[in-house]
Design a protein around this ligand. Structure first.
Ligand SMILES: [Zn+2]
Length: 566
């Protein structure tokens, strides 16, 4: 009651206007469904970077401006939220993540942060007790860089922990799999099994598999894990969506999903049950041969909750497992230059099929050789094609200096994950050596060279909170503030640049820059509201999410107060 009385008292005279130019009166505007007043609105719209108020009708922003200007949109039914200085930004979008993967990770054994293979095995043993005999135990998050010595584990401790249940544990980066003997038996893998193209089976001195599989070799084991029924996929998506919304995300770019997962997304979206906007990429593989029979989704209004318009491919593996394809050998493994999952010719052929079918291509490329192969493949499509279809490179993690300007000249989007830099900084210098390190996690260099940046987290590889990514982007420090001064601090960007890479960047990448990524009249009302200011220092990490609005509806946070009867 107090709220609306105060509003009526303060707004009425303002709405009638005291400035020079004639102002529309309250009566001449179709009232908004709700209005936000008294906020610190960072619009990311160059035409009006700052404002204090927003009016929303249906799923659209209808006005942005001062409290007085926007007050003209308050009618008798209009709900009003007084923000008292709280910060509103365009809805944050994670430009590269695995939403269904997050749901699966939330339900699977979490072995992150464990300091020895035995610590991991203890968790597996406990899990085995609660599972039916023979049921697979899957988990995620081990990292041999945390072990002493920092070497890959073997199946032995998992055999002791779980002799009867097959075990398959994915490395933190998703590019290596650690299995026990029961899983090796089911997969039919032994000393005679050859390494598949783009993959490696780690072996002991006798040639027997040690239990660790790199990149494409992982499929030897994972192909034996039974698929999940649709109701499990749905439960995981919904659970992960709630988590993502609670962290301030209004949308995600879902990377590399299969047709079973796509079917569940389509069903959720058509039933109005998908609470977060999902722009998705099909996991490309043998299905490319039939791609010309599929059509990319289009979303001219920017209002669809699920859009499948892209295909995701892999050019190489990851740096942590030395699967990234480098131009010169690893500084800490001089015999290896890593693995090409798809070489330049394969990528060129795939890129042409995907472009001809009208799909957008996103290629995972970590090493400088993989990035060059992808850029060459995109260039081979001919003038302007990669730009028109907004082709992207995922991670763009290690770049030769001469390749950095090619992102802008070819119109290729650099999709990067700021927290990868701060997660990898303890060991990336050893893998790369000082010279190559200069082109690693080089988002400032890319931006200065005119590239478009898209930021994301790659969750569940990293934590899903976009605040962690914003902080890593502006500081090159981990959440504790280490290292002092930042890791390669010359690659820092400003908070505004980082916010753009989480808003306008993903909007462009999803062909929705006309309706998303900025707070402007006519744009879709996807908004992230923080409970205070957004500082450009470490207290940024303390920012709390107050409201998340997707398509004009509160998707997280308290309902916006209804007007009191006069
Ligand atoms: Zn990923």
């Amino acid at each position: 009651m107090f709220r609306s009385a105060l509003l009526a008292a303060t707004l009425a005279p303002l709405a009638l206007g005291c400035g020079g130019a004639p102002k529309p009166s309250a009566q001449s505007q179709t009232p908004a469904d709700f209005v936000l007043l008294g906020g610190a609105v960072r619009t990311l719209d160059p035409a009006r970077p700052e404002a204090s108020a927003i009016a929303v009708r249906g799923d659209r922003i209808v006005a942005v401006g001062t409290d007085a200007e926007v007050g003209a949109f308050i009618g008798p039914e209009t709900r009003v939220e007084r923000l008292s200085g709280r910060t509103v930004i365009p809805g944050l979008v994670d430009g590269h993540c695995h939403l269904h993967g997050l749901g699966a990770a939330l339900e699977s054994l979490d072995v992150r942060g464990k300091k020895s293979p035995e610590d991991v095995a203890r968790l597996v043993a406990a899990e085995a007790k609660s599972r039916a005999p023979g049921e697979w135990i899957t988990g995620r998050g081990w990292d041999q860089n945390l072990f002493t010595p920092a070497t890959f584990p073997t199946h032995a401790p998992l055999d002791v922990a779980s002799p009867d249940h097959p075990v398959a544990l994915t490395r933190i980066d998703g590019h290596a799999l650690w299995a026990n003997a029961a899983a090796l038996r089911l997969a039919g893998v032994d000393a005679k099994t050859a390494d598949p193209p783009g993959g490696r089976i780690l072996r002991d001195a006798t040639g027997a598999p040690t239990g660790v599989f790199i990149d494409n070799a992982m499929d030897l084991v994972t192909a034996k894990i039974p698929g999940e029924p649709p109701e499990v996929i749905e439960r995981r998506i919904l659970r992960a969506s709630e988590r993502a919304l609670s962290l301030g995300l209004t949308g995600v770019h879902e990377m590399g999903i299969d047709d079973a997962t796509i079917a569940v997304y389509r069903k959720l979206a058509s039933e109005g049950r998908l609470p977060i906007r999902v722009y998705a990429y099909l996991a490309g593989g043998s299905n490319l041969a039939a791609l010309s029979q599929r059509k990319p989704d289009v979303d001219p209004q920017g209002t669809a909750m699920f859009v499948l318009r892209g295909v995701k491919l892999f050019a190489d593996g990851a740096l942590g497992s030395r699967g990234a394809a480098l131009l010169a050998p690893y500084a800490d493994e001089p015999k290896s230059t890593g693995l090409s999952i798809a070489d330049r010719n394969t990528l060129t052929e795939a890129a042409r099929i995907i472009a001809d079918a009208g799909f957008q291509l996103a290629v995972h490329a970590i090493g400088d050789r993989a990035n060059r192969d992808v850029l060459d493949a995109f260039a081979a499509l001919g003038e302007g094609r990669a730009r028109a279809l907004r082709f992207r490179i995922e991670h763009a993690q290690v770049l030769a200096p001469e390749d950095i300007p090619r992102f802008a000249s070819l119109g290729v989007l650099a999709s990067m994950q700021p927290t990868h830099a701060t997660s990898d900084m303890p060991w990336a210098p050893a893998r790369l050596g000082p010279e190559r390190l200069r082109g690693a996690y080089a988002w400032r260099s890319l931006l200065d060279a005119g590239a478009r940046l898209v930021f994301g987290s790659d969750f569940p590889v990293e934590e899903p909170s976009p605040l962690l990514g914003l902080w890593a982007a502006i500081s090159r420090q981990d959440p504790s503030g280490a290292p002092p001064g930042g890791f390669m601090p010359e690659q820092r960007v400003t908070l505004d640049e980082a916010l753009a890479a989480f808003t306008t960047g993903p909007a462009y990448a999803s062909f929705t820059e006309a309706t998303h990524g900025r707070i402007a009249p006519g744009n879709v009302a996807d908004l992230t509201i923080f409970s205070g200011v957004l500082p450009a220092d470490r207290s940024l990490l303390d920012a709390k999410i107050d409201h998340v609005i997707v398509g004009g509806k509160v998707a997280f946070g308290a309902a916006i107060p209804k007007p009191e009867a006069p």
